[in-house]
Write a protein that binds this ligand. Structure first.
Ligand SMILES: [Zn+2]
Length: 397
């Protein structure tokens, strides 16, 4: 039977069924048919025919489970799992100063990875070309062709308008405005792409593999050059009406008045971006050594461990926590996870956030929320892109 004929014969419903099975297999690993039915809500017969289709295509394997013989009469229990070579997806993390591409699975496995430092803000074409070159490099390392990649996702440090798929950020990534990064990446790499805001990717990564595992309500904060957040509410990523939710970097701080790149005064980002925190740390270091501000600072984690500079970090945490306290009051999440470059500062930063949440949120709400640094560090966004792609993998026909 030709591929064309086969794909024409498959109903849209069967396609959806197969996509649903692949998504739960990518997330959970090997599963029995019964578990596949339970997790997808599909009937036994629907699961049976989809598994048969996927086996025929070579997308999954089915093997008798160990310890299955004691199950009594009837068919011995078996488990279905993805064939590794058909389970690979591509994830790209675009930051203000770097691009990383990785080929792997949604369970944290990375089979190939390549990264480059690049200021992407002013050069979208060059950034997209570089992303494509890095993706090709990661695929080579993983030993696969674009045709072997089932789906791809990329996170970018700007607000994305879901209705148009275009970048929509008048003051951030200004040269990217109106660009459809998913289409641009698809055209260059030859794999279907989903593109989302980087903080959403971080939330996906931490929830699937890191500090947010098993939690249905959390706020992930990506504090790097900018400050953004990704929300998981009621077990779902929350994007807002047009995909622009989570912009906590431009919430006004009580009493603050510095001008922000967005045109407002007193935004959170003016006080706690990693650039501003580093500036303050440089100032303290210069004071301590009676010298001019050093050009290169030691790593943030090291500075956070020194008493004098730890204060600066804790103070940034308090400021961040002041805004988060209101959000925690409003949303009652189970966790606030702080990631991004600032998250590398670890304990002193988290202590500051915790202090403000305890001080400004309602006691019962403050008690219910855990405040932690991201477990995946600055790799949360990259893993989140892989997790997203694994959840949206196309079925091969
Ligand atoms: Zn602002």
């Amino acid at each position: 039977m030709s591929d064309l004929h086969e794909s024409a014969a498959l109903s849209a419903r069967r396609q959806r069924t197969r996509t649903a099975l692949l998504a739960v297999l990518a997330e959970y690993g090997a599963l029995s048919r019964a578990d596949l039915g339970r997790l997808t809500g599909l009937s036994r017969s629907a699961v049976g025919s989809a598994v048969a289709d996927l086996r025929e295509q070579g997308a999954v394997t089915e093997e008798t489970a160990p310890h299955a013989h004691a199950a009594g009469r009837g068919r011995p229990a078996s488990v279905v799992s993805l064939r590794r070579e058909s389970g690979l997806v591509l994830g790209i993390d675009l930051g203000h100063a770097h691009i990383t591409a990785a080929v792997g699975t949604g369970d944290g496995t990375v089979a190939g990875e390549a990264t480059a430092e690049l200021d992407i803000d002013d050069r979208p074409e060059e950034a997209l070309d570089t992303a494509a070159a890095l993706a090709a490099d990661a695929m080579r390392q993983a030993g696969c062709e674009p045709g072997g990649i089932l789906a791809a996702a990329a996170g970018i440090p700007a607000a994305m308008d879901l209705r148009t798929r275009a970048v929509r950020a008048p003051t951030v990534l200004a040269r990217w405005i109106g660009l459809d990064p998913a289409a641009e990446l698809e055209r260059r790499i030859g794999v279907p792409f989903e593109v989302a805001n980087d903080a959403e990717m971080g939330a996906r990564g931490e929830r699937a593999l890191g500090a947010g595992r098993g939690l249905n309500d959390l706020i992930y904060v990506k504090a790097s050059h900018g400050v953004g957040s990704g929300l998981v509410l009621g077990g779902q990523i929350y994007r807002g009406a047009s995909g622009l939710s989570g912009e906590i970097g431009h919430i006004q701080l009580p009493g603050a008045s510095n001008w922000c790149r967005c045109g407002n005064r007193g935004c959170l980002e003016t006080a706690v971006s990693v650039v501003e925190v580093r500036r303050q740390l440089g100032h303290v270091l210069a004071g301590a050594d009676r010298r001019s501000v050093p050009r290169e600072l030691p790593p943030l984690a090291e500075l956070a461990a020194r008493p004098a500079t730890a204060r600066v970090v804790t103070d940034a945490g308090r400021t961040l926590g002041r805004v988060l306290a209101d959000l925690v009051n409003f949303l009652n999440p189970a966790a606030v996870i702080v990631g991004g470059e600032l998250g590398r500062a670890g304990a002193p930063l988290i202590a500051g956030v915790r202090e403000s949440i305890d001080r400004y949120a309602q006691p019962a709400v403050a008690e219910a929320v855990e405040v932690v640094a991201g477990a995946l560090g600055v790799r949360a966004e990259l893993h989140g892109a892989l997790v997203m792609a694994a959840g949206r993998r196309r079925t091969r026909t």
